[in-house]
Each structure stands twice: as C-alpha cells, then as structure tokens.
Design a protein around this ligand. Sequence first.
Ligand code: TXA
Ligand code: MG
Length: 359
Amino acid sequence: MEDDAQGDPMGPVATRVLTVTADGEPRAAIAEAAALLRAGQLVAFPTETVYGLGADATNAAAVAGIFRAKERPYSDPLIVHLADVGQLAEVAKQVPNVARTLAERFWPGPLTLVLPRAPRIPSIVTAGGETVGARVPSHPVARELIRRAGVPVAAPSANRFMRTSPTTAAHVLADLEGRVACVLDAGPTSVGVESTVLDVTASPPRVLRPGGVTLEQLRAVVPEVEGPREAGGPVARAPGQMARHYAPNTPLMVFDGQGEAAITAIRRAAEEALARGERAGALLPDEEAGALSDLPVRVIRLGPSAQLDEVSRRLYAALREADTAGLTRLLAHTFGTEGLGLALADRLRRAAGGRLTPV
Ligand code: TXA
Ligand code: MG
C-alpha cells in the first residue's frame, strides 16, 4: 500500500495550518476553515478540552473521512459540537428536562449530553445507535468556527485511534498531517482532559466517561447522577470506554495511591527497571519531582498535586513527551477520586493498558 493507507482514493492532502489567537483573530482564518467544513473537508480545531477533528455532522461522506483519517472503527460514536444550546433541536429528537437544566448550567463547557438522535444526524455519526452525544464547547475559536460553518460539527479528539488526545496543534500534526485539510492553531488547550460524557437517556443520568466537569459539580445540580461504572463491567455503552485507550507508546505502570506509599512504589519499580537496563521515566507532581533525584530517571512534571486542573492540562503532553524521550518504562500514580482526580485516574488507567497497580 502507498501513502493512502486508508484506501482514500484522494491520497494524502496538504495540511494547512492557520494560526489564530485564543479569542479567534483573525476572523478570516476561521471563515476559511468554516468554508472547508461546509465543503465536506476535515478541519482540526481547538476546544477547551482537547483538539477535535471536525466534519459537517449532517454530511455522512464528510463524517466517513473522520473515521478514515483516524483509523477509527465505525462502532465508536462521535460527539456533535454545537454553537449554542439553540442548535440542540437540530440534533436531538427530544430534550429531557434534566438535560435542559444541565445544559443551562454547564454549557458552553466540557459536558457531553447523550440524547435521542434527531433524523437529521446520519447514523454514521452515532455508530448506528439511536442516541447522539452533543456539546457546546466554550473555546471561542470552536464556537466561532461552528457558528460560521452553520451546521453541527461532528468531532472526535484529533488523534489517531488508540493514541493520546492532542492538546496542541503540534500533537495533531504528529498524528494527522497529510490526512486533514486544515488545522486551526490557537495554542495549548486549557482543560486538557476530554469532556464528561453523561447519558441523560438513562434514569438516573449516568456518567459514561468522567471528564472536565466533575461528578461533584453535576451532583450539585442533579443529586441523583450516577458515577462511572468500573472498567470490565457490563457491555460498554460508550465504546471509547475500552480498556486500552489514550495510550502512549511507552509502557506505563500507574500506582493507585498518593504520598509516601506511592512514591516508594515508584522508586522500587524504577530501581528494578534500571537494573534491567531500561530507560525509566516518571510522571510526578511538582512537590515530588525531587524524590528520585539520586536515580538516573527522567522526571516529567505534572504541576502541583493541589491543583488538579494544572495536572489535567499537562497530562497528555507529558505522555507524548515520554514517547519522544525514547523511554522504555514510565511510572506514575493517581491523584485520588475527588474532582478532576476521577478523570485523571480513568485516563491514567487506560494509558496503562486498563489497570491500576495497588500500592
Ligand atoms: O472533550 C471532548 O469530548 C473531545 C472534544 C474534541 O470535544 N472529544 C472527544 O471525542 O473526546 P472522542 O470521540 O475522542 O470521544 C467521545 C466519546 C466516544 O468514544 C464515546 O465513548 C462517547 O464519547 N460517545 C459519543 N457519542 C455517544 C453516544 N451516542 N452514546 C454513548 N457514548 C457516546
Ligand atoms: Mg478520543
């Protein structure tokens, strides 16, 4: 096979990078990207969580291009991005009251609501299912792009399937250069982990994927919201929820704990790896960054553990840095299950091939 490994008769495309400010200047660049979307092309764009790979959600052929570019299986449904809550009627057949309440409180922002699908959304978007995931992102570039495109925009994270989600345009290009028409580069994203996916067709509503809006925040508005089911539970309703996902190339071991116990476990594992002749690295919060300084271990800092928003913002870039550094063993630990700790534990577990190691 040649360059068009996805069997795309068009072959590789020249990817244009359009640089814009975080608040979306110059507008002409966004207008150009919006025109590409309307013409059925793929555009990667920043959201507040991670970069998305967008296509006109009402154009099945355009959406098929997303699956080809990512090498993503058609069984994994896409999130549809809206410019505002008013557009919801275009994508959802009906909107339960609880969804209205949550949208009012958390949109624009990192919350995806799973709702009954409207006929206008082709079934390729929803993996053949009768529900659709929708959200209004808060990033000004994303909102302006969707508004100008004039259509709902289907967009998964702009990485190749099974790889770490991109938080910069450089990450997008590393995975998708030559496969997308355009990347809007507005610098690093601010949340860093993907949106929370909440199924509001279930009663009570259930978190399918923890993310940027925390369980505590959801329960402050709707107390009965159910947390995510443990991995390995019954059939995943969110196919993105497979055990290995969001993965770096470097084998990662994640200890489920914090403080002395976790750092001791990491030190022991690092010493064992070094004894085997491996190149070891560790993802550590700032205050623990010096704890392995007597060992030849590459330490990648995640920010202060008291600021999980900073740890979330940095996690995916840190995983990519470990790959670039050519490490053969990467070690990390979790950050509890409160607030963003829940999403971090979920992503770290998937990055570690589906399991956390008890300390
Ligand atoms: O923050 C985000 O959500 C980013 C940005 C680009 O918006 N998008 C993102 O998309 O993470 P993706 O495709 O990488 O992950 C979306 C996941 C799917 O894998 C699936 O688990 C879930 O959302 N999902 C989407 N539609 C669904 C549906 N109808 N029912 C259940 N789960 C759904
Ligand atoms: Mg993804």
